[in-house]
Design a protein around this ligand. Structure first.
Ligand code: ZN
Length: 165
């Protein structure tokens, strides 16, 4: 089915996807497999556009499912205990001073959390040279990413947010 009018074509496509959700998902899966680069670019753009929304959705989800959050934090604490390396509160304060009391990623002032440059879940240590101060937003968004991966994502978001002239 092809329409000359692109608006009609899009409306038809939306209707079709509503009526055939399984086929639509399958088509997206096929497209993702054959277009890995475009898939990644689309995903980056989506996150850049919906970053706030994603954070809110996750916060609402955790509020509705406190047991999930508890399970996550207890798994996190267990990894922190098992990880190699320790740092003292004096080392932490010195590190925060180096960053002028600001988030190492986007420079926000405010309450700072311990961020592991290489996450504990991916074999990072709990030593001070694997630690950065991060605001809660950045720490949450970084999740299981390494510092390098997260900074690449921030760069991609900045590029996506910059209007093309
Ligand atoms: Zn931040």
């Amino acid at each position: 089915m092809a329409y000359k009018d692109p608006e009609r074509q899009r409306a038809y496509a939306r209707e079709w996807m509503k009526r055939n959700p399984e086929k639509a998902r399958e088509a997206v899966r096929r497209w993702s497999k054959t277009h890995p680069e475009q898939r990644r670019a689309a995903k980056r753009l989506y996150y850049a556009r919906h970053r706030e929304q994603h954070t809110l959705t996750m916060a609402a989800y955790h509020k509705a499912h406190p047991e999930v959050l508890r399970a996550k934090s207890s798994a996190y604490r267990a990894r922190a205990r098992a990880a190699d390396g320790r740092f003292t509160s004096a080392e932490w304060r010195a590190l925060v001073d180096i960053y002028d009391g600001r988030c190492a990623y986007r420079g926000e002032a405010g309450p700072l959390q311990v961020d592991h440059r290489i996450p504990l879940s991916r074999g990072g240590t709990n030593a001070i040279d694997n630690v950065l101060p991060a605001c809660r937003t950045c720490n949450t968004q970084k999740g299981q990413m390494t510092e390098t991966e997260f900074r690449a994502r921030l760069d991609a978001e900045r590029r996506a947010a910059t209007p093309i002239e």
